[in-house]
Design a protein around this ligand. Structure first.
Ligand code: SF4
Ligand code: SF4
Length: 473
């Protein structure tokens, strides 16, 4: 197999030979100062990095270089995304699964987990509970089970979710994280107006991938790895990738992840809309210590910083798998979207699961409520954002990417963040969060550079106070 980023065959665009050569090249050059200086210079110009260049920085142990990597990540994050952090909540619809993934408690041999699938009425109640928290953006999660959870069920659930308007609440964007599927099904998801289609690769190492997925359709490495190309063919132009760090050697997966981003860009002209950085977590039947490749907090932070340097335009997501401390560190280095008030059980927002049931996919490290997360972000100097404007304005795929790459998206993100934060403060916030939130809005409004945009944002914020909703740039 030859390496070809433009190929549509998994083993050519995620080519093992190329990854092995990259890792050897990185090892040889990890202290090569002239080369490293050149790579840092390229990163500083926000030109992104190739997988080879990023791999050299990953291996580099020179302290001053690692400090510079962090500084650059902070600068690039600020330039492309400003201070806004978008909030999202997972909604698990069903945990029936026919696959045998060894790291996930939903694997079909697990007899101790409680199997559940939400009815449309239960979804309605969950969505009302999520709206009452203040959420506007969801990520739907399901196991893979064509009998219990067919595509028709997912589509019906999306329709249900979008149809619910409770008080001032509305879910304005539904991202979908379901198993790799056919072009036809991706087309149906597009027609159902999903936001991003998200699918984690888990690991790019084919042999280990097959061992970690011993049974079920997910065993097929090529079908899974080529899913994003089918999604794009089906018309979904915002796709989100990620690996589950801890399953395999992180160096290999880091390079594979960047090669996947390069492949999407080479073939479709649009790189990944988001990259997620989950780490393996404890769950029913799963002990992270069984996975010898877990990574330290320092290495995790470095990976986040390097993804920011390598793919400056991509959104980065971190879930409530990570602790408050770990999230705090990576927020400044590159993460642009986080889960808040998340539940990883099937249902559980309206009422917590009874103690004798357990349908969770993993234990949540960060158990704070959405209001506590919003308050924390405000006090750290970020703008918590409930913005969903881009895809509703048709800014998806290459339209979105060109705005992002030219650095102009920040002109939309900033006022949209302030307006959606204002909605949150009016409708859902605790008095303490409201107080600091209002202060942040007043200060941040002054920083909007374009006078016209600033004036319109001020007017809209005043209208929101008067009861109107859903403004966007
Ligand atoms: S990771 Fe997904 S496919 Fe695998 S067992 Fe869990 S829910 Fe099923
Ligand atoms: S303006 Fe677009 S990129 Fe910015 S936060 Fe809103 S949806 Fe995201």
């Amino acid at each position: 197999m030859k390496y070809d980023p433009k190929s549509l065959q998994a083993e050519e665009f995620i080519n093992d030979g190329e990854i092995q050569e990259t890792l050897a090249y990185a090892e040889q050059n990890k202290a090569n100062r002239p080369l490293i200086e050149g790579i840092l210079e390229k990163a500083a110009q926000c030109k992104g990095l190739t997988h080879r260049e990023a791999a050299v920085l990953l291996d580099c142990e020179l302290e001053d270089v690692n400090r510079r990597v962090e500084e650059l990540a902070i600068q690039i994050k600020e330039r492309f995304y400003g201070r806004r952090i978008v909030l999202v909540a997972p909604l698990y619809l069903s945990n029936y699964c026919v696959n045998g993934c060894v790291y996930c408690p939903y694997h079909h041999q697990n007899k101790t987990i409680t199997r559940k699938k939400l009815t449309q009425e239960e979804i309605r109640r969950e969505v009302i509970a999520l709206q009452d928290m203040g959420h506007k953006r969801l990520a739907l999660e399901t196991g893979e089970d064509p009998q219990n959870c067919p595509i028709e069920y997912v589509l019906e659930s999306i329709r249900t979710i979008y149809s619910i308007k409770h008080k001032n609440g509305a879910i304005r964007r539904v991202n979908v994280n379901i198993a790799a599927t056919t072009v036809e099904n991706y087309r149906k998801l597009k027609e159902a107006e999903i936001g991003t289609y998200i699918l984690f690769q888990e690991t790019y190492h084919k042999e280990n991938y097959e061992k970690l997925h011993p049974t079920g359709p997910k065993h097929n490495y090529a079908y899974h790895t080529e899913a994003m190309d089918r999604a794009m063919e089906g018309g979904i132009d915002d796709v989100g990738i990620g690996v589950l760090f801890g399953l395999d050697l992180y160096r290999y997966d880091f390079v594979g992840l960047l090669m996947h981003a390069e492949h999407l860009e080479a073939v479709h002209g649009v790189g990944p809309h988001t990259i997620s950085v989950p780490r393996i977590r404890p769950a029913d039947d799963i002990n992270p210590e069984d996975f010898a490749n877990s990574i330290s907090d320092d290495m995790f932070a470095k990976i986040v910083a390097l993804i920011r340097l390598a793919v400056p335009y991509t959104g980065m997501i971190i879930s409530a798998r990570e602790s408050k401390k770990s999230r705090e560190r990576v927020l400044q280095l590159g993460v642009s979207q986080i889960g808040g008030g998340s539940r990883t059980s099937v249902g559980g927002y309206e009422e917590p699961e009874p103690e004798d049931e357990n349908s969770c996919q993993f234990d949540v490290s960060d158990n704070r409520t959405l209001d506590q997360v919003v308050d924390w972000l405000l006090r750290l100097g970020y703008i918590p954002s409930f913005c969903t404007a881009c895809y509703r304005e048709g800014r998806t795929g290459d339209r979105f990417m060109s705005l992002l790459k030219s650095g102009q998206i920040v002109n939309c993100c900033q006022p949209n963040a302030l307006m959606t934060l204002k909605e949150y403060l009016e409708d859902y916030a605790s008095p303490a969060t409201r107080e600091i939130g209002e202060q942040v809005i007043r200060e941040e409004l002054k920083k909007i550079p374009n006078e016209k945009v600033r004036r319109i944002a001020e007017e809209h914020i005043s209208d929101i106070h008067g009861g109107r909703r859903d403004f966007r740039f």
